[in-house]
Design a protein around this ligand. Structure first.
Ligand code: ADE
Length: 224
C-alpha cells in the first residue's frame, strides 16, 4: 500500500515515521509513505501557501493553487483510491474506517493548517474528510500520523502475530479483554486461573465474556 502526504511541515512527519512500527512495514515493503512539502508546489514568492480570507475574519486560509498543483502533480503518477482531507469537521475516524482504508492500494492525505483550506479544493478534489476527534489541532499532521499508524498496522505481515490486530479493541465493536504475563503471582495478586488451564476453547469463551463486560462498563455506547 502507498500513502502520500501533503504537508507544510514535512519534517514533523518524517521523524514520526522513522521511529514507529511502520518502519518495519516500510522495510518489509508492505507500506510506502511519502511526504511532500506543499511549499515545493507554490508559484508565489517566499514559498507562500496561505492568505487572508475573503469577506474578512481572523486567520489565514491555504490557497487553492499550491494545493491543486501538488495534488495534480501527484495524481499523474498515482490514481489514488481516496484523497483525504484531515479536518475537525470531517467524519470521526474509528476502527471501521481504518479497516476499510487498509484495503485500499493508495491514499493521498492532505494536512490543513491555519483556518483551513480553500473550499474549492474540498469541493473538487477531496473524496473523504476525516477528523480524529472533537478538538481542534494546529494542523492535520497528527491526524495523518494517526491514520497511517492505525491503517499500517492492519496490513497483513506488519505485525508479527497477524491475529493480534484482529483481537484489538474495537474489532467487533468490543473492547479487548484483560491480558496478563509473568509472573503468575505478584504481591498476592494472581492471574485468573482459567488462563493457566490450557483449555483454549474455555479461555476464548472467558475472553469474550470479559470483552463484553469491559465494553458494558467503559464504553456502553459501542453496544448500542
Ligand atoms: N486538523 C485540525 N484538527 C483536526 C482534527 N481534530 N482531526 C483531524 N485533522 C485536524
Amino acid at each position: 500500500m502507498k500513502i502520500d502526504i501533503i504537508s507544510v511541515v514535512p519534517q514533523l512527519m518524517e521523524s514520526f515515521f522513522a521511529h514507529s512500527i511502520l518502519k518495519r512495514a516500510k522495510e518489509k515493503g508492505l507500506l510506502e509513505v511519502n511526504i511532500f512539502n506543499l511549499r515545493d508546489y507554490t508559484n508565489y514568492k517566499h514559498g507562500q501557501v496561505d492568505d487572508y480570507q475573503f469577506g474578512g475574519g481572523a486567520g489565514l486560509v491555504m490557497m487553492i493553487e499550491p494545493l491543486v498543483n501538488a495534488i495534480e502533480s501527484l495524481q499523474k503518477d498515482t490514481k489514488y483510491d481516496e484523497v483525504i482531507f484531515l479536518t475537525p469537521d470531517g467524519e470521526k475516524f474509528n476502527q471501521k474506517t481504518a479497516n476499510t482504508l487498509s484495503l485500499k492500494n493508495s491514499l493521498l492525505l492532505i494536512c490543513g493548517h491555519y483556518k483551513g483550506i480553500d473550499q474549492r479544493v474540498r469541493d473538487h478534489f477531496i473524496t473523504k474528510e476525516i477528523s480524529i476527534g472533537d478538538y481542534v489541532l494546529s494542523g492535520g499532521e497528527l491526524g495523518a500520523a494517526v491514520l497511517v499508524d492505525a491503517i499500517g498496522r492492519l496490513l497483513p505481515g506488519v505485525l508479527n502475530d497477524e491475529t493480534s490486530a484482529l483481537m484489538d479493541s474495537f474489532q467487533d465493536n468490543l473492547l479487548a479483554p484483560p491480558v496478563y504475563t509473568r509472573p503468575e503471582e505478584f504481591r498476592g495478586w494472581k492471574v485468573p486461573e482459567i488462563l493457566m488451564s490450557g483449555n483454549h476453547s474455555k479461555i476464548e469463551e472467558w475472553r469474550h465474556e470479559q470483552s463484553i463486560e469491559r465494553t458494558k462498563e467503559k464504553r456502553p455506547d459501542l453496544l448500542d
